[in-house]
Design a protein around this ligand. Structure first.
Ligand code: ADP
Length: 501
């Protein structure tokens, strides 16, 4: 038996999973990581904790699998995207905590870039919009706010990296400074069409080129994990940002296939083949992770939409309103009423992402009557997750000009059958849940396994994908359209609420 180790460094935890050659998980380990909130709107992680938690879960997963580290053929990495680190090349010491993707401290800098008319260039080259979400302005902030950082960066003494780059740097004991295309594409500094860092964008954001890692295809050998770290010298042979890894792990390798992940937030990606579709509906254009068996393989792209609050609306009902003890209980509560009773909940707690991109939207509950109950609110909360994903899909279909045939789902909240059925009803297409829900880690494992020849082709691994349950649309199209129209009306009323705060 041959094994692949997948590292899944997420926003709230580090996970490691050992997969066997059939793509079946053999053992896993997980450790939470600390969320640091120095000021409202700021979110940081401790770089050492990111690495140590990841290394320790890897050791634990290998031990639990009952195998020797030398039996691991390759490592695949999937990581929280956009989170930004800066460290000293000599000592390896970070100059600052990692600035997490959720961090909004560069809102003003983004407004300046927009005012300077950079939006068009950035969109055309990177497929992104100007938003604090992406790494570029976070790096600019570090260079401008850590004393001496800019001068040292210009002298070539420092290294920038997203989380993948940091993990490889540490696993290789400071030998390797690399990233993959999917992570590079989230920095605002990378031209997704040419496949290279962009000199004009670097100068726009004031980022010295000497800081940047080399960019490689997602399925390639990036370096070696040192024996002192994981117990054997193991090639790191696959890297992708978490959402691209999940798209790959879901077997969505061709144009027209899509997946949605229902975690804290929700992320939907639609593969658009070799075409980098430019969105006119607030979506992002992003490279997909793919095996690059032969040089010159045309690059693939996806349209991406992100919803900031999805599963976390359930946590809000649990923790702030104390509706139930565990997230899973929401399903029974919501199912105790036949419908939402006219109640709509817009969970715009941190503004709204795609397709609205309104940082000033705030949460709202509309349609309350004297008869509205906890169950109606629970139902409205679950429905809000599905409505937001339906809005993404609609934007995607308009941008891509084609209809989806099914949506593959994963993430913690995809376990909720009521939510998945309602999602199918709102989309009007089947929603399909796979047996292995760890699609992010699986995608990373697949990329690594393809690189070293453990698997031969994407077709071979796509055949591993097994359905757990399929949710067919049941609601009549008229009722679904009425609900969506009411939802959109509710969203309108939440927009720009905090503009003058
Ligand atoms: P992440 O990777 O973003 O931390 P997960 O994929 O682990 O998230 O999913 C956790 C999220 O899913 C939480 O926000 C939780 O509230 C939500 N969740 C978990 N189980 C259910 C459920 N049965 N119904 C609805 N939401 C759920």
């Amino acid at each position: 038996m041959k094994f692949i180790l997948a590292l899944d460094q997420g926003t709230t935890s580090s996970r490691a999973i050992v997969f066997d050659e059939h793509g079946a998980p053999r053992a896993s380990a997980q450790r939470e990581i600390r969320q640091i909130y120095p000021q409202p709107g700021w979110v940081e992680h401790d770089p050492h904790e990111i690495y140590v938690s990841q290394r320790d879960t890897a050791r634990e997963a290998i031990a639990k699998a009952g195998i020797d580290p030398t039996e691991i053929r390759a490592i695949g990495i999937a990581n929280q995207r956009e989170t930004t680190l800066l460290w000293d090349r000599q000592s390896g010491e970070p100059l600052h905590n990692a600035i997490v993707w959720q961090d909004r401290r560069t809102t003003a800098l983004c407004a300046e870039l927009r005012a300077a008319g950079a939006e068009e260039t950035i969109k055309a080259r990177t497929g992104l919009i100007i938003d604090p979400y992406f790494s570029g302005t976070k790096l600019t902030w570090l260079l401008d706010n850590v004393p001496g950082a800019r001068a040292r960066a210009e002298r070539g003494e420092l290294a920038f990296g997203t989380v993948d780059t940091w993990l490889v740097w540490r696993l290789s004991q400071s030998r390797t400074h690399v990233t993959d295309e999917t992570n590079a594409s989230r920095t605002l500094l990378y031209d997704i069409h040419r496949g290279d860092w962009d000199a004009e964008l670097l100068s726009l954001l004031g980022v010295p080129r000497a800081l940047l890692p080399d960019v490689q295809p997602s399925a390639s050998v990036f370096g070696m994990a040192a024996p002192e770290e994981l117990g054997a010298a193991i090639p790191i042979a696959g890297i992708a940002g978490d959402q691209q890894a999940a798209l790959f792990g879901q077997g969505c390798h061709r144009r027209g296939m899509a997946k949605a992940t229902y975690g804290t937030g929700s992320f939907m990606l639609l593969h658009t083949g070799e075409t980098a579709v430019r969105s006119t509906h607030g979506l992002l254009t992003t490279p997909v992770a793919q095996p690059s068996a032969a040089k010159g393989t045309p690059r693939g792209f996806a349209l991406e939409g992100s919803v900031f609050v999805a599963g976390s609306v359930v946590q809000w009902l649990r923790d702030e309103l104390q509706f139930f003890r565990s997230a899973a209980e929401i399903e029974a509560l919501a199912a105790s009423v036949p419908d939402n009773g006219g109640v709509f909940l817009v969970p715009a707690f941190t503004g709204l992402g795609a397709p609205h991109w309104d940082p000033f939207a705030r949460g709202a509950i509309l349609g309350l009557t004297r008869g509205s109950s906890r169950a109606h609110l629970a139902r409205a909360a679950l429905e809000s997750i599905a409505f937001q994903v339906a809005d993404l899909l609609e934007a995607m279909q308009q941008d891509a000009g084609e209809k989806l045939s099914e949506l593959r789902v994963d993430g913690g909240a995809s376990a909720n059958n009521l939510l998945m059925q309602f999602q199918a009803d709102m989309l009007g297409v089947p929603v399909v849940r796979p047996r292995v829900l760890e699609t992010t880690a699986l995608g990373a494992a697949y990329l690594a396994g393809l690189t070293i020849g453990l698997w031969r082709s994407p077709q071979e691994i796509a055949a591993h994908w097994k359905e757990d349950r399929r949710f067919e649309p049941q609601m009549d199209a008229g009722s679904a359209a009425d609900l969506l129209a009411r939802w959109r009306e509710a969203v309108k009323r939440s927009l720009r609420w905090a503009e003058n705060d």
